[in-house]
Design a protein around this ligand. Structure first.
Ligand SMILES: NC(=O)c1ccc[n+]([C@@H]2O[C@H](COP(=O)([O-])OP(=O)(O)OC[C@H]3O[C@@H](n4cnc5c(N)ncnc54)[C@H](OP(=O)(O)O)[C@@H]3O)[C@@H](O)[C@H]2O)c1
Length: 297
C-alpha cells in the first residue's frame, strides 16, 4: 500500500479521551453531569445499533445517555410534544432525533422530519441540524458543528493535512454531510484554524457532468454518496487525500463509497471503512454534548 492510512478510530479515541477529561473537570467545577437524550422511533435495526453505540460512548466519557423509545405508530404531534418536553427539561443538555424516521410512521402518512428537527432547541441541537445553527455556520460564526464534517476537519488537522489554497471536491450535497462539509472547508477561519479552511471547494452531486474529471482536480476528495465503491482509482489525482464517508452494507461487509484497494495505490492518504470517518462522528457528538452543557450552565 502506498497511501498513508488515516486512522479515524485512533483519532476518535484521542478526542473521546479529551472530552472525558473535560467532562470530569466540568463536573469537578460544580457542573451537572452532561446528558444526551436520544429519541428513537420504530424498530430499525441499524438505528438501534447507532443509538446503543452512542449511549456506550457517552457512558465512557462520563455523559449520561438517555434513550426515549417510541413506537412507529407514534403521531407527528406526539413526537413534537416529546421533543418539546426535552427542550424544557433542564437536566437534558443535548437532543438527538435518530434518523431516518420510519416511513410508515405517523399513522402511515410518514413524519415531517424537517418539522421535528426544527422543534429542537438550537442550544440543545448537538447534531447542528436546526436552521439557526446551519445559518451561524454559513455566516462563519458557528455554534455547534455537524458531527461528521467536524470529525473530518479534526482528522485532517490532527494528521497534519492542510487544505488551505487547495482544491477540495466534495461528492454528495446532503444537509448532514456534503453541504456543511463544503461550507466548513471554504471558511476563512475554520474550527481548527486556517489550515483546515481556505480551500477552493467544488460540491459535486448526481447531476454533475463528467464526475471523474471533476474528481481528478481534487487535492482532497471527500466522498459522501452512499453508493458502494463508486469512486474508482482513475477518478483520483495521484497523491490526493481521499476521505470516504460512505457506509454501505454489501452482504456481510461494510464498504465505503471509494474502491479502497485500488484507490490506496494512487492516493497520498486515505481513510478506511470501517475505522475512518464513522468513529469520529460519535466523538464529535460527545464534544457537542459537553459544549451544550457548558453553554446552558
Ligand atoms: N461515517 C459517518 O459517520 C456517516 C455519517 C453520515 C452518513 N454516512 C454515509 O455517507 C453516505 C452519504 O450519506 P448522506 O446522508 O450524505 O447521503 P444522501 O442524503 O443520500 O445524499 C447522497 C448524495 O450523493 C449524491 N449522489 C447520488 N448518486 C450520485 C452519483 N452517481 N454521482 C454523484 N453524486 C451522487 C446525491 O446527489 P443529489 O443531491 O443530486 O441526489 C446526494 O447529494 C452514506 O453511505 C451514509 O451511510 C456516514
Amino acid at each position: 500500500m502506498s497511501a498513508e492510512l488515516l486512522d479515524g478510530k485512533k483519532i476518535a479515541g484521542e478526542i473521546r479521551a479529551d472530552v472525558a477529561a473535560d467532562v470530569a473537570s466540568f463536573v469537578a467545577d460544580g457542573g451537572a453531569k452532561p446528558c444526551l437524550a436520544a429519541v428513537l422511533v420504530g424498530e430499525d435495526p441499524a438505528s438501534q445499533v447507532y443509538v446503543r453505540n452512542k449511549n456506550r460512548a457517552c457512558e465512557k466519557a462520563g455523559i449520561e445517555g438517555r434513550t426515549h423509545r417510541l413506537d412507529a405508530s407514534t403521531s407527528q404531534g406526539e413526537l413534537i410534544d416529546l421533543v418539546g418536553q426535552l427542550n424544557d427539561d433542564a437536566t437534558v443538555n443535548g437532543i438527538l432525533v435518530q434518523l431516518p424516521l420510519p416511513k410508515d410512521g405517523n399513522g402511515g402518512a410518514g413524519f415531517d422530519e424537517r418539522e421535528v428537527l426544527d422543534t429542537v432547541d438550537p442550544l440543545k441541537d448537538v447534531d447542528a441540524f436546526s436552521p439557526v445553527n446551519v445559518g451561524l455556520l454559513m455566516q462563519g460564526r458557528p455554534r455547534f458543528l455537524p458531527c461528521t464534517p467536524h470529525g473530518i476537519v479534526q482528522l485532517l488537522h490532527r494528521t497534519g493535512h492542510s487544505v488551505a489554497g487547495k482544491n477540495v471536491v466534495v461528492v454528495g450535497r446532503s444537509d448532514i454531510v456534503g453541504k456543511p462539509m463544503a461550507m466548513m472547508l471554504a471558511q476563512k477561519d475554520g474550527s481548527c484554524g486556517r489550515d483546515v479552511a481556505n480551500a477552493t471547494v467544488t460540491l459535486a452531486h448526481s447531476r454533475t457532468a463528467d464526475l471523474g474529471a471533476v474528481c481528478r482536480t481534487a487535492d482532497c476528495l471527500i466522498a459522501a454518496v452512499g453508493i458502494p465503491q463508486m469512486i474508482k482509482a482513475d477518478m483520483i489525482k495521484p497523491g490526493a487525500i481521499v476521505v470516504d464517508v460512505g457506509i454501505n452494507r454489501v452482504g456481510s461487509k461494510l464498504v465505503g463509497d471509494v474502491d479502497f484497494e485500488a484507490a490506496k495505490e494512487v492516493a497520498g492518504a486515505i481513510t478506511p471503512v470501517p475505522g475512518g470517518v464513522g468513529p469520529l462522528t460519535i466523538a464529535m457528538l460527545l464534544h457537542n454534548t459537553l459544549m451544550a452543557a457548558k453553554l446552558q450552565r
